[in-house]
Ligand binder design. Structure first.
Ligand code: HCA
Ligand code: CU
Length: 380
């Protein structure tokens, strides 16, 4: 699964998130932040969507970023003609291939799709730009139709073909099977795009790579249509566990939190409490058994080193589940000098209080300090 590229779609799929409105300044900020993180591609809303979208696309193309800039357009000559003039490095073209979309969305046949795709691809390539052809709703499309169209577009030199789980119906095994089959049919790169309606978007991305895909679409915090797509942070977490050196060599992971905070503020949401890596409790250890082991050696209960992301772990010490090792650690942080047996007695007191009510950090610190002062006054 090493050797993959990220196509970061916060400025395309992410713009389809219910709360998203990005003005030009915000788009520039997000594009620069993603470039600083090191994503290989940044995908932008179609310049055919609106006049401002077209201008913003040109502005981002002129920033001189390291990342390649793509724009996402319908498989249609009118849109392609506008897109190739913006200065983008490539076009991601897409058309619905499932019976549902062929009937209710664009109303075209497979023959029409093939002919238009060939015309658009030929046009994009003639401009010297990268071109990807993707089916929309791939998992409800006819397999024979799909493989047929992909092999035709691959023969005319498309750079990538794309699979999209537009409605979020696919599971990891189905993804593996489809990508594996496609891998046997085309030589070119394979891009995958997964919606998260049933919580499979990261697992599906991982399975796609295992099956031979090369490019994965993400967005910051997963924002997109409905509940969104594969989140950048969660995907990177998944890949880091698979190959830490490779992922750390490609991306500046310490920038993840700032990018998420930027996008969360822009779309007026909070980062979810249980977010991968950056959720407030992602590296909090609470039960006595966990805390003890973590204090001895963090790898006991952590698969990811929070320091890789510039995050810190936190050992919870203010609950009825707290053990004396966590209290000892807190006592040391507070600079107090207590023996192990004193710490154990103090822990008993904390647990008794925590059985009665929720304790905040200050409450527990107060119990520790009172216990300590009491020791001191007993000595005198
Ligand atoms: C959409 C389009 C898309 C495109 C994915 C792609 C999808 O329905 O808004 O081009 O790879 O989910 O099918 O986002
Ligand atoms: Cu999508």
């Amino acid at each position: 699964v090493s050797n993959f590229k990220i196509i970061e779609s916060t400025l395309r799929e992410g713009e389809q998130f219910a709360n998203a409105f990005f003005d030009t300044d915000m788009k520039v900020k997000i594009a620069k932040a993603l470039d600083g993180f090191g994503v290989e591609y940044i995908e932008l809303t179609s310049p055919a969507s609106s006049e401002q979208s077209r201008k913003d696309c040109e502005i981002i193309c002129n920033l001189g970023l390291k990342a390649k800039i793509l724009t996402h357009v319908r498989c249609h000559m009118d849109d392609a003609r506008i897109a190739v003039e913006t200065g983008v490095d490539g076009l991601d073209i897409v058309i619905g291939t499932s019976p549902q979309l062929m009937q209710h969305s664009h109303g075209k046949s497979m023959d029409y799709i093939r002919d238009t795709a060939l015309e658009v691809i030929d046009f994009v390539k003639s401009k010297g730009l990268e071109c990807r052809f993707s089916s929309e709703d791939s998992f409800r499309s006819d397999l024979v139709d799909l493989l047929n169209i992909y092999s035709i577009v691959a023969k005319v030199g498309v750079n990538r073909v794309g699979i999209a789980d537009t409605i979020g119906c696919a599971n990891p095994r189905q993804v593996y099977d489809l990508v594996r089959t496609l891998r046997g049919v085309v030589q070119c790169d394979i891009e995958c795009h997964f919606h998260n309606d049933t919580g499979c978007s990261i697992a599906n991305a991982y399975c796609a790579l295992e099956a031979g895909a090369t490019h994965i679409d993400t967005s910051v915090l997963g924002i997109g249509e409905r509940n969104g797509i594969t989140p950048l942070g969660g995907f990177v977490a998944r890949m880091l566990v698979a190959d830490r050196d490779y992922v750390r060599s490609k991306y500046d992971l310490t920038k993840l939190k700032a990018i998420e905070d930027l996008v969360a503020a822009a779309v007026e949401i909070n980062v979810p409490f249980n977010n991968y890596i950056t959720g407030f409790c992602a590296f909090t250890h609470k039960a006595g058994i966990h805390a003890k082991a973590i204090l001895a050696n963090p790898t006991t209960y952590e698969i990811i080193n929070p320091a890789d992301f510039g995050m810190t772990r936190y050992v919870h010490f203010t609950s009825r589940l707290t053990g004396w090792n966590a209290i000892k650690s807190r006592v040391n942080q507070l600079g107090l000098d207590m023996t192990d047996s004193q710490i154990k007695s103090c822990t008993v007191r904390i647990k008794a209080m925590a059985d009665i009510r929720h304790l905040a950090i200050e409450d527990t610190d107060a119990i520790i300090n009172a216990f300590y002062e009491n020791l001191y006054s007993e000595q005198n």
